[in-house]
Design a protein around this ligand. Structure first.
Ligand SMILES: [Zn+2]
Ligand SMILES: [Zn+2]
Length: 396
């Protein structure tokens, strides 16, 4: 299934930057496909054309020229950080379903051409004026949270991810489908040495979304916590739930996900195609929290009866259809249904740190940047197991 972890209601920032210079189509060259086990990175030698390109102040990027258009590999001017910004030499960038907002031009006010990508792992290689606490050579990540305004009411209350002028890499400004990108310093998360760039990338969106939702779920160690949907988000959610000490229940359609779910740390598995989900959750004592990662509101409705007293249905999977819940279901046991946005940059940093500490890793398939269109298409067909990650390894 395709997981879409973001609030569509957040507003775009100041419109971001436009591309500069002429874009020249590049030959994508020989395709390469690597299936990378968690924790392993494949690297290639520095290519002579890469050295030449960098010396000329150019970089490769995969952009969308217009909404609904194709992803195209182009040569761009190397961007320079201005006040409060850093340039990140991208090592890996995850491909997220929300990238379709850019590719399809669905985000209001989006300006083109635009480079998608908001699961960015790399190294700071240039620092703009006024940046404090970050320096060149530091390993960093940038996720969906691409900067906040500091002026709106949610910002003033400290709810940075709810900033009404939230900036998002790949939407408000150019993202990580490129050799380099520029980000405001407040969007940065420090990346621990124990995590490879390809493993860190999906944690910056799918990871922080699930980890942050679970750690704020109100559930305590030992409580029953269910993860609905075992896909890009859910396969991380199950691992986090286990490592956070919850009695972890995986819920998916069909028994084919059972072995995988148990390997990821699920103590129980419910096949929603053949079993009564609510009845089974209640036999376990009821769920203190259910993390709904599926993109189907219809699939969320049946779990509500399986919530314990004061249990919460935490919605991170996006759908435009309504979730059906009666007031009686909510009032009778003080249950709640809540939405949860990904998290700010410090939440991403916490996610990376917790993953390094506990051994949580995404299951990924990598492709080189030049094959971004193929990686994107594979993700959109829900064929990725479970996250596609683009690598810029020619630079190493
Ligand atoms: Zn995302
Ligand atoms: Zn704000």
């Amino acid at each position: 299934m395709a997981d879409v972890p973001h609030e569509l209601s957040a507003q775009i920032g100041d419109g971001g930057e436009d591309a500069t210079g002429d874009d020249v189509a590049l030959d994508p060259g020989e395709p390469q496909f690597d299936l990378v086990e968690p924790g392993r990175v494949s690297r290639r030698e520095v290519q002579p054309d890469t050295i030449k390109r960098r010396a000329m102040g150019k970089m490769r990027a995969v952009q969308v020229a217009q909404g609904g258009g194709a992803l195209e590999l182009v040569e761009r001017e190397m961007p320079e950080p201005t006040q409060g910004e850093v340039r990140v030499r991208v090592e890996a960038c995850g491909v997220c379903h929300s990238d379709s907002l850019t590719v399809e031009g669905q985000w209001p006010g989006l300006s083109f051409p635009r480079i998608p990508g908001h699961e960015i792992a790399g190294i700071i290689d240039a620092v703009g004026t006024g940046v404090v606490g970050w320096s060149a050579g530091q390993r960093v990540g940038v996720g969906w949270f691409g900067g906040h305004c500091g002026r709106c009411e949610p910002c003033r209350r400290g709810w940075l991810i709810d900033c009404r002028n939230l900036r998002i890499p790949g939407i408000s400004y150019d993202g990580g489908y490129a050799d380099a990108m520029v980000a405001p310093a407040d969007a940065l998360a420090a990346m621990p040495d124990q995590l490879s760039a390809v493993d860190a990338a999906p944690l910056l969106c799918a990871g922080v979304t699930t980890f942050n939702a679970l750690r704020h779920s109100g559930a305590m160690p030992g409580d029953v916590v269910a993860v609905l949907g075992i896909g890009g988000l859910g396969h991380l959610g199950v691992q986090f739930a286990n490592k956070l000490g919850f009695c972890t229940v995986a819920i998916a359609r069909g028994s084919d996900k059972e072995a995988l779910s148990r390997n990821l740390g699920a103590h129980h598995f419910i096949d929603s195609a053949t079993e009564d989900v609510a009845a089974k959750l209640n036999r376990l004592g009821g769920a203190r929290a259910v993390l709904a990662t599926v993109t189907s509101a219809k699939a969320m409705t049946p779990v509500i009866e399986g919530l314990a007293v004061r249990g919460r249905l935490i919605v991170v999977g996006v759908d435009v259809e309504p979730i059906e819940v009666s007031p009686l279901q909510l009032i009778g046991a003080s249950r709640s249904v809540v939405g949860h946005a990904a998290g700010a940059s410090i939440d991403s940093q916490d996610t990376l740190g917790f993953s390094a500490l506990s051994g949580v890793r995404p299951m990924i398939e990598t492709m080189p940047l030049s094959r971004a269109p193929e990686a994107y298409a594979r993700m959109m067909r829900a064929e990725a197991r479970f996250r596609m990650v683009l690598t810029m390894a020619e630079q190493h």
